[in-house]
Design a protein around this ligand. Structure first.
Ligand SMILES: NC(=O)c1ccc[n+]([C@@H]2O[C@H](COP(=O)([O-])OP(=O)(O)OC[C@H]3O[C@@H](n4cnc5c(N)ncnc54)[C@H](OP(=O)(O)O)[C@@H]3O)[C@@H](O)[C@H]2O)c1
Length: 233
């Protein structure tokens, strides 16, 4: 396949929820999507679904705890596509909601590893390809908790605040590049993460992953005056 005329997007955590719907939506809109996840069956299912709608994708089966794998990913993306037009830092885990000091230290570390450290590693591995795009976009799925902290959200809340801080720093260091940065803080979306956080809630009040993905895509396509944007999705 000749990718030179295609926009290339990589979505971390494409196998479920927002990442899955966004991958489908991007493929409908002409992107070649590098669909990422750690579950082969779910990745194959998504690959077939994208093919059914005449889209194109490439599977990246990689656990985000595999840091060497993340390093190799940067080389592979550059070797195969020479650029990355859109990187969506979407994958995350919740951990257990509890008083902060009741959270198991191992779990606290696991949440920070997936939601923060893996994104740091993705950024350093992929920034060259992102900068090679004429209109590179770095899109970070954060949380409203970064602006309105709540009790009991433990490591998850900490990880999102640190993630935003990391991205703001990176942006300041890279103002002169073509890369635009989007930080999204979604309202509740009906996904497995939300269900784990709020099992008893009325789901009808929440947005669907499809609605959130479409909204996010329309924002990515608007002309913006600056190089960094934050949105309540
Ligand atoms: N849902 C909401 O209300 C809400 C609100 C604010 C922000 N967000 C943010 O939105 C983003 C998407 O979350 P979601 O709600 O769509 O949750 P989700 O359905 O649980 O999706 C999370 C995705 O991340 C993947 N993932 C997690 N750990 C991974 C690892 N170690 N290696 C590879 N993939 C991994 C999951 O893979 P598996 O399928 O294998 O588990 C899944 O594809 C997250 O950043 C979340 O913090 C969500």
């Amino acid at each position: 396949m000749n990718y030179s005329n295609k926009k290339i997007a990589l979505i971390s955590g494409s196998t479920s929820g927002l990442g899955k719907e966004l991958s489908i939506h991007l493929s409908k809109n002409g992107y070649h999507v590098l669909i990422h996840g750690r579950n082969e069956n779910k990745l194959n299912y998504l690959y077939d679904k994208i093919k059914e709608i005449n889209g194109s994708s490439t599977i990246i089966n990689l656990d985000l705890n595999d840091y060497n794998g993340i390093n190799k990913l940067g080389h592979e993306v550059f070797k195969n596509y020479k650029k990355l037009d859109l990187l969506v830092m979407n994958a995350a885990i919740l951990g257990t909601l509890s008083p902060l000091c009741h959270q198991e230290p191992k779990e606290f570390e696991a949440v920070l590893n997936t939601n923060l450290i893996a994104n740091f590693r993705l950024l350093r591995s992929l920034e060259l390809s992102l900068k090679e795009s004429k209109n590179g976009k770095l899109c970070v799925i954060s949380s409203k908790l970064t602006k309105h902290p709540k009790p009991f959200w433990g490591a998850y809340s900490v990880s999102k605040a640190a993630l935003e801080q990391m991205i703001f720093s990176w942006h300041l260091e890279n103002k002169k590049t073509n890369v635009k940065v989007y930080i999204f803080r979604p309202k509740p979306i009906n996904t497995k993460l939300r269900k784990a956080a709020m099992p008893g809630e009325n789901e009808k009040k929440n947005q669907t992953p499809t609605d959130a993905a479409e909204k996010l895509f329309s924002i990515l396509n608007k002309t913006m005056p600056n190089n960094i944007f934050t949105f309540d999705l």
